[in-house]
Design a binder for this molecule. Structure first.
Ligand code: CUA
Length: 332
């Protein structure tokens, strides 16, 4: 069995169940490999038998006895053949069932001692991520669409939904888990390889379901701690007239109705927390690279990029937009 299991070659891809970057995904990949090879061999053998009987030398049909005229010997042979085929099928089904059961047990039995708990809230259509801190609640970190984790450490994703059913799925790390409104679900996982592992909502949740992705970012403990230390800080205060005006634009327009920038009066949680917006690599839930041009286009007319999203278009003068962008760029 272990031979079969290791026979699937390493596939590349940062959004692929075939390239596991953690123990849970590795267990799932092993089950997949086993089922893949069993079904592949059965398929090849069936086709080979078909080709053999279709192409083998033709007989003079007059010598072939009428198959409906059975003898005791031919009956016995037919019974044995059918019995053996059924027996083999049942055995293979049991092998696959047991493999699936063992995989579930292994994933469910993952060690959650000292797991790092991360709260994940599904929204139409983005992910709110929180790192609660029991001992020092004021050090809680809120971000969006990017989940930084230290490699080699068990992670407990504590998930729920703010609206409809979503499904949290980072295939390199763990299987899918539905996030249901009004219900909390815990799923354990661990990232063993550093990298940016792309995840995607895996349950149809409305118009922009396809644009509801996220990244799990596995990094060394030191990098993770540095990231956390930076995220805990409130937003930097604007330091020049342009960014000061940019902050004013933010606070005087509709931005403030939905977004939080810690350290300012903006404290709404309808949309993503923007305290450290510039530290994130994408906007619109993994839709666009977080560049100043994309951000400007997004702010002016999100509906042209992501129709149906909750963010309304904004009427800003060119100068106001430039200053707002300059300010947002400082939110590292
Ligand atoms: Cu959220 Cu699909």
């Amino acid at each position: 069995m272990s031979l079969l299991v290791t026979a699937i070659p390493g596939f590349p891809g940062n959004q692929s169940s075939l390239n596991p970057a953690g123990p849970a995904a590795a267990h799932i990949e092993h089950t997949f490999a086993l089922i893949f090879w069993i079904t592949a061999i059965v398929y090849v053998l069936t086709l080979a038998a078909l080709v053999y009987f279709v192409t083998r030398r033709r007989y003079d049909l007059s010598h072939i006895p009428d198959p409906l005229q059975t003898t005791e010997a031919s009956e016995r042979l037919a019974k044995r053949a059918v019995g053996a085929a059924i027996g083999l099928t049942v055995i293979l089904l049991f092998v696959m069932m047991i493999s699936s059961f063992v995989t579930s047990r292994r994933i469910g039995g993952m060690n959650d001692q000292q797991a790092l708990t991360i709260d994940v809230y599904g929204h139409q259509w983005w992910w709110e991520i929180q790192y609660p801190n029991e001992h020092e609640p004021f050090r809680m970190v809120t971000t969006a669409n990017e989940i930084h984790v230290p490699v080699g450490m068990p992670i407990r994703i504590h998930g729920t939904s703010r609206d409809v059913i979503h499904s949290f799925w980072a295939p390199n790390i763990q299987g899918k888990r539905d996030l249901l409104p009004g219900y909390n679900t815990d799923v354990l996982m661990q990232v063993d390889q550093p990298g940016r592992w792309r995840g995607q909502c895996a349950e149809y949740c409305g118009l922009q379901h396809a644009h509801m992705s996220f990244y799990m970012i596995g990094e060394s403990r030191k990098d993770f701690d540095n990231w956390m230390t930076a995220q805990v800080q409130p937003a930097v205060a604007p330091s020049n007239p342009q960014t000061q005006h940019g902050q004013q634009v933010f606070l005087e327009h509709s931005c403030v109705m939905c977004h939080t920038i810690r350290g300012t009066t903006a404290g709404s949680r309808v949309g993503p927390d923007l305290t450290h917006l510039a530290s994130r690599s994408t906007i619109g839930a993994g839709m666009l690279p977080n560049t100043i041009g994309n951000l400007g286009g997004w702010i002016m007319n999100p509906q042209s990029l992501k129709p149906g999203s909750r963010m309304p278009p904004n009427q800003l003068s060119g100068a106001d937009l430039q200053d707002l962008l300059a300010y947002l760029e400082t939110l590292r």
